[in-house]
Ligand binder design. Sequence first.
Ligand code: AMP
Ligand code: MG
Length: 423
Amino acid sequence: MLNDKIKIQPGCADNYDSEAISVETARQKILAKITSITATEKLSLHQSLNRVLAQDIVSTINVPGHTNSAMDGYALAGNDLPATAARQYRVIGTSFAGKPFKQSCSTGQCVRIMTGAVMPAGTDTVVMQEHIKILTATKILIATGHNKGQNVRQAGEDINKNSIVLKKGHYIQAADLGVIASIGIAEVMVYRQPRIAFFSTGDELRAIGESLNSGDIYDSNRYSLHGMLRQLNVEIIDLGVVKDKLSDLREAFKRASDKADLVITTGGVSVGEADFVKTILQEMGEMHIWKIAMKPGRPITFGELGNATFFGLPGNPVSVMTTFYQFVLPAIQHLSGQGARSPLTFKVVSGSALRKYPGRFECQRGILSRNETGQLTVCATGKQGSGMLTSMSRANCLILLAEDCVGINAGDFVTVQPFNTYL
Ligand code: AMP
Ligand code: MG
């Protein structure tokens, strides 16, 4: 019988595959193989947004530099506050932000003070202007009920002189630019940006503008990759489309690995006849992983190519994106010196039933929205085929289903990973 002679190999549509490793194991193996970039450059503060600090930022000053008022009001000594009944005080001057009052304040006296103005000598407490009564141009009435030290910002309460404000490896965000500016630093050392080269493989791929013959498709993977990479603030090297031809692929692999820290290809990594990526990686570099228990995106290849890290992602457009988020993104973060950061995930109620067979971790495409009561819920985008890229474009999150999950009923909680911070 013919069937007896055919050894059935698990394929990428099967759920159980004893050779497949878990997503988490794969991610750890990948990260263990990647060496972070150590080359640095000095950038102006403005240019350093979304870059990774290559130095600790240490403050040489206190912020605020002087103890100052948090309110517009009247500064006085806390020990001189009225204890049992309202009392009159003489206003002996005014302290403005940037123009301090130079004399000192004694018992029965107070100083008119503005927000941010230095606390005059002899004062440690501010009564806000809404809480006093003006009697004359130089006399005010303060009632009881105030506390010593109120409405005052202490020198160094935000940043202490000589303290580390931001650590090496920190990913610089908008607030950090302000913090660094607040301690008077104009330039920072950051790691050089990772250089990421990528190309699509496939005889069927056409560039936009070319006409399509039967069986041809437009190359979309390079565009979604470009989009995902742009959001990471890395140097992008787009090497176009390469035919399923060993010599062309060898040449492209060489060019990519000469230029880049990390090389990404799409297509050509399953076991089809024209799938040469694995062959070339073994020939020119080192291959580490072959099968991952994940859907979509099981056929992915990871390895080293010269000094570059290599990812051979599947050809299917949805798989490209899901494997990018699960593996390439943490790899790029690690490469860039910030360490692999955990993406934001949280549990929400599923508004729809989700089909799922046990055996593989699944990234289904979801739409997070608020229901009538304001509660966040998630629904699947509909058909989940790995070639259906519109499912990704309609989605605003991935629904992450564990290997052992056997399906979700409407109303169950599921874990989601949002793509961005807006619905
Ligand atoms: P492969 O991994 O090369 O066997 O490709 C798997 C599927 O993804 C095939 O249907 C390909 O036509 C499709 N595909 C491969 N590369 C691309 C690409 N760059 N853009 C769109 N679809 C692609
Ligand atoms: Mg192909």
